[in-house]
Design a protein around this ligand. Structure first.
Ligand code: RUQ
Ligand code: CUA
Length: 694
């Protein structure tokens, strides 16, 4: 055993030497056989004479020095834990992924808006959470998860909660990071879909959900010809109750906005604390080609040279809401546009043509908006914004919103390349912006107090790193909080042509890990991670040791929905079956390797309430509970109790079993659910056979 360990370490050490020595001179070249030879250690190396073994692998696999270095930077020996955890939205999979960095190993899919059988979410339990997100009685069982937000304390990630928005249906979900499970879904009562959610204020007082396409508020009908008058934009402030771990709808409010298409949002901090910022498109109020003469959306929405950065004083808005100066729509508090203008809550600043992405710098003094159709990022200064407001240096837009003078609020414009979208920050005074059309990540310098952190002149492009391909968001290690770590950046690429074996015409996404630890023009792609499980849209990356997840639930009989012990949960010794009229309640426990009781007998038509507690206290001793014919599958983590109910509609002999391979006698972990018919088989068949059928 030991001998093998020594050898493998020596091989790696040899390869490291080979890779490190030559990686600089080979940066960015095409891979070739001669380079592979060059990358080798050249026979007996310093690494105890095993360089030859490394050489052989390097040659056989045709690896360049950069390849070897990348492998060494990302390889995680068995048993070692990743330094960062990245929470990536799952796009239209409706879920969230937890991914270890730098290994890029997927640790968990967190079921949020879509049922997930292996987590027992939506198959007997979890349905009450999914139902909270239904729209007017229509079950919605998917989501388009876009922007995850880790809870913050003093503008730093605190690792307690994760919020995720569903763009498709304008919903926000709360995930508790003690057990990595979804606890709540709230449906926005006014907006039918959104985009700029979720972003948290620096102490997670509010989870901000920015709108997207203009609609009549409250999902009402209005003809598209009345767009200007009847359609509106929106931003919602969901109040988060940290003690309860829930959004408090009663303490939440929204602000009516002109029917521009609000896009991304970010919360201010420190100098800009108390403010949120959102970019917008379609200040043209384009409605598509409704009349046979107007331009289609893609052209109509991009006609003007400027759209508006939305600058919102949420602390003032909170006071106005608390003073009751709101209108209620669908029993939800809304600050009307006129109130927002009169009370000095809402301001605009021009931003170049159809921008995208708004990101607040670590100390909160600068706000960066990317050009999308313009090769620049525009940097606004909070001090200048405050001065322009004090000086009333504005002209009103058609809805009466003050538009601040661009030159008065602009700090800098930095030319980066084609299709700038989203910006992240590091510890070296650099900002990073994704360039969708260039398929690159631009590194550029911040000015102001960040100037002392780097050698280059301020507000200048420093380097571009190519990525494969069409990058949307980027995510740096703690890259959008008060003290970013630098080190790693992940490019969330939309296209992966020529990178992987393609499993049919639906290609995986390509998440590329970039080493950003070295200053200047040294950046390196060190890992390509195919993800064939949805379209990760945005992610946040937190230091792993800030997370304090449970390994088992704190007590036996724990109800994860309440995050408290349920005193009525089944326990060892009190397992039983109670009958009251036609209601049968099962109190069951699960332990390696049996369910108690082993037989449950009911009559057809009985209402069955089935309760199960996993009474294990060992880490990872999970049991499943699969009940065929009734669409039930649970995942019971150590200590967890779960309850599901159904009407035993169909008689028969059903064999339930444990669906998690828990022990040597896992196959024996089963039981019988016997539903005695109340009618003869012929009578039942007659009832269920459609008329006219043979
Ligand atoms: S924004 S298109 Cu995150 Cu780039 Cu949704
Ligand atoms: Cu319990 Cu398998």
């Amino acid at each position: 055993m030991n001998q093998w360990r020594v050898v493998s370490i020596a091989v790696i050490a040899g390869a490291l030497l080979a890779g490190c020595e030559r990686s600089d001179q080979d940066n960015g070249e095409e891979r070739s056989a001669p380079r592979a030879a060059q990358a080798s250690t050249g026979g007996g190396s310093a690494a105890g004479g095993v360089g030859g073994a490394a050489d052989q692998v390097i040659r056989e696999r045709n690896l360049s020095p950069d390849d070897v270095l990348a492998a060494l930077k990302t390889f995680m020996p068995s048993g070692r834990i990743d330094e960062y955890i990245m929470f990536a939205s799952g796009g239209h999979s409706g879920q969230v992924f937890a991914i270890g960095v730098p290994s890029m190993r997927i640790l968990k899919t967190i079921a949020v808006f879509a049922p997930e059988p292996w987590q027992g979410y939506g198959y007997g339990v979890g349905e009450e959470i999914l139902r909270e997100g239904d729209v007017e009685g229509v079950p919605i069982r998917w989501g388009d998860t876009h922007h995850p937000a880790i809870s913050e304390t003093n503008a730093e990630f605190d690792g307690q909660f994760l919020f995720i928005g569903d763009k498709a249906n304008s919903r926000v979900a709360v995930i508790d990071l003690r057990d990595f499970e979804t606890k709540q879904i709230v449906k926005n009562p006014l907006a039918i879909n959104d985009h700029g959610g979720c972003f948290v204020t620096p102490n997670t007082d509010y989870v901000v959900e920015g709108g997207q396409y203009g609609t009549p508020l409250g999902w009402d009908y209005a003809p598209i010809e009345q767009y200007k008058e009847s359609y509106r934009g929106l931003v919602t402030f969901w109040k988060f109750d940290r003690a309860k771990g829930r959004i408090d709808k009663e303490q939440s409010f929204c602000i009516e906005l002109p029917p521009y298409w609000q896009d991304l949002f970010d919360a201010g901090k420190f100098e800009s604390d108390g403010w949120v910022f959102g970019n917008s498109i379609n200040t043209e109020l384009a409605v598509g080609n409704v009349d046979g003469k107007s331009p289609p959306f893609e052209a109509g929405v991009s006609q003007r040279d400027n759209d508006y950065l939305h600058i919102i004083d949420w602390k003032k808005a909170e006071q106005v809401f608390k003073a009751g100066q709101v209108k209620r729509i669908k029993d939800f508090a809304m600050i009307e546009l006129k109130t927002a203008i009169d009370q000095g809550i809402l301001y605009f600043a021009p931003e170049p043509k159809s921008p995208h992405g708004v990101d607040v710098a670590p100390k909160g003094e600068f706000i960066v908006v990317a050009g999308k159709l313009d090769p620049h990022v525009s940097v606004y200064s909070m001090a200048r914004i405050k001065k322009a407001i004090a000086d009333k240096n504005w002209t009103p837009d058609p809805y009466g919103v003050p538009v601040l003078n661009y030159d008065a609020v602009k700090e800098a414009q930095v030319e980066l390349g084609l299709g700038p979208l989203h910006t992240q920050f590091d510890d070296k005074g650099y900002a990073y912006t994704s360039l969708f059309l260039d398929s690159a990540v631009a590194r550029w310098t911040l000015g102001g107090s960040y100037q002392s952190l780097h050698k280059e002149p301020p507000w200048k492009l420093v380097a571009k790193q190519n990525v494969q391909y069409n990058v949307g968001h980027i995510s740096a290690a703690e890259g959008d909080v008060a003290s970013p770590d630098g080190k790693y950046l992940v490019a969330l690429n939309k296209w992966s042509i020529d990178r992987f074996f393609h499993p049919g015409p639906l290609y995986p996404q390509n998440l590329q890990l970039i080493d950003i630890s070295q200053p200047g023009d040294k950046m390196q792609v060190i890992y390509d991670m195919p993800l064939g499980m949805g379209e990760p849209h945005y992610s946040q990356m937190i230091k792993a040791d800030k997370l304090k997840p449970w390994s088992i639930y704190p007590e036996i009989g724990w109800d994860p929905h309440k995050q408290a012990v349920d005193p009525t949960a089944p326990k060892a010794g009190n397992e039983r079956i109670d009958r009251q009229g036609s209601t049968v309640t099962v109190y069951m426990t699960a332990n390696r390797s049996h369910f108690t009781p082993e037989h449950v007998k009911v009559r057809q038509g009985d209402h069955v309430i089935w309760r199960i507690t996993n009474i294990e206290r060992s880490e990872d001793a999970i049991h499943g509970f699969a009940l065929p014919g009734y669409n039930v599958n649970l995942s019971l983590e150590p200590g967890e109790t779960a309850t599901f109910e159904f009407v035993a509609k169909n008689p028969g002999t059903f064999t339930w079993y444990c669906s998690e391979f828990c022990s040597a006698l896992h196959l024996e972990m089963m039981g019988y659910f016997l539903v005695e018919p109340t009618q003869s088989a012929d009578a039942r068949r007659a009832e269920t056979t459609p008329e006219g059928a043979p």
